[in-house]
Ligand binder design. Structure first.
Ligand code: NAD
Ligand code: DAU
Length: 357
């Protein structure tokens, strides 16, 4: 029997933000046990979690959030009182090429998880924390910022599926009284991010002497947040946020994509001794993403005012840490580049393996 007081079910804990959340949380919340339920899609990589063994306080279960039987097994066996729901298909470009998995995991998966909470949480107890995105609000013009009252206006199959999941979560609170909280965060960057996303793709390509593909004219704006600051914000909301409320999260760090690429090139150059121009001359302006949102920006006044949350990292300090992490973790980078991490997962966890639910 475990002597840990609270069991937290983390879905998608082998992904980028989920794995950072687990590493962050096991250190800072020693009274919690964390059950990590992850399907291990291409985006799930347990190599990043080797610092945590499989057993208290971190238990890994390979499974699908859209599968009700798996969820019943997990809830019956571990009796979580908090669910932090990260599991999702998360990449906009993939959602344009194949939306079906996004509908299944992001909508059906969230629905099944809500139903499992309804079956297993005592009425009015427990907490469902839904990790969502600022992309549900669509695209901004040159001014203004998203806030908790911004109307939904998603552009891609990814953001539409996340919007649908937010609506379901809110509806379960209003209709069934399920205790929920929702956070909508801006673009994260940091260690262990899969190199299909802008920042890790640029870092790895810069290190390997490859081209740096920039969509359109590179003028699109994102509001960047270091992943650990997002994890802190999630805990602030879990511990002190009001039930039924939404909090938007962002680092007040808006940058055009060309600026992000320039900073990555400068930092990689500083760390490796390669001239920045040698990296920058490999920039390539390529065909734009269909339906490409022009600008995202967050007004985080509510979480700052109500919960006292502030990011610790500036855009430059967070990016320095990130570039260093990719330089110092050559084995992780190599395994991701070669696909070896998938072979390791299948050898260790099999098609259905992991801790039996
Ligand atoms: P990710 O793609 O890196 O990780 C997703 C994880 O979910 C993977 O480990 C994958 O194996 C798992 N997964 C996928 N389908 C599953 C299923 N059916 N059942 C169980 N597990 C499944 O994603 P991320 O960037 O870490 O994002 C995590 C969450 O945060 C997502 O909900 C995303 O919408 C949200 N979010 C991301 C960002 C960002 O900038 N990355 C910003 C705001 C919000
Ligand atoms: O805003 C939060 C969202 O941020 C999350 O909900 C998503 O899960 C996450 O993937 C991210 O979405 P984006 O589409 O903003 O991130 P991405 O890294 O794919 O792209 C960032 C910007 O960089 C975007 O304007 C597209 C551009 N881009 C991206 C890639 C992969 C390029 O110019 N070149 C590229 O090769």
């Amino acid at each position: 029997m475990s002597s840990l007081e609270t069991t937290v079910l983390v879905t998608g804990g082998a992904g980028f933000i989920g794995s950072n959340f687990l590493l962050h949380s096991v250190r800072r919340h020693p009274r919690c046990r964390f059950v990590n339920l992850d399907k291990l899609t291409y985006a799930g990589n347990l190599r990043g979690l080797e610092a945590l063994s499989n057993g208290d306080p971190h238990v890994f279960v390979r499974g699908d959030v859209a599968d009700a039987t798996t969820l019943d097994d997990v809830f019956e066996r571990y009796r979580p009182s908090i669910v932090v729901h990260f599991a999702a298909e998360s990449h906009v470009d993939r959602s344009i090429l194949g939306p079906a998995d996004f509908v299944r995991t992001n909508i059906e998966g969230t629905f099944q998880l809500l139903e499992a909470c309804r079956r297993h949480f005592p009425r009015g107890e427990g907490l469902f924390h839904h990790v969502s995105t600022d992309e549900v609000f669509g695209s901004l013009g040159e001014t203004g910022a998203f806030h908790e009252g911004t109307p939904y206006d998603p552009s891609s199959p990814y953001s539409a599926s996340k919007a649908a999941s937010d609506h379901l979560v809110r509806a379960y609170h209003r209709t069934y009284g399920l205790p929920i909280k929702i956070t909508n965060c801006s673009n994260n960057y940091g260690p262990r991010q899969f190199p299909e996303k802008l920042v890790p793709l640029m870092i790895m390509n810069a290190l390997e002497g490859r081209e740096l593909p920039i969509y359109g004219e590179g003028k699109n704006v994102r509001d960047w947040l270091y992943v650990d600051d997002h994890c802190d914000a999630i805990w602030a909301v879990i511990e002190r946020g009001r039930v039924g409320e939404t909090y938007v999260i962002g680092g007040r760090a808006e940058r055009r994509n060309v600026e992000v690429v320039e900073l990555v090139a400068r930092l990689v150059a500083e760390e490796t001794g390669v001239a920045p121009e040698t990296i920058l001359e490999r920039r390539r302006f390529v065909a734009d993403r269909p339906g490409h949102d022009h600008r995202y920006a967050i007004d985080p006044s509510k979480i700052e005012r109500e919960l006292g949350w502030r990011p610790r990292e500036s855009f430059v300090s967070g990016m320095k840490k990130t570039v260093r992490w990719y330089l110092e973790n050559e084995a992780w980078v190599d395994e991701v580049r070669t696909g070896e991490y998938r072979r390791w997962i299948e050898a260790n966890y099999g098609r259905r393996g992991g801790e039996a639910a």
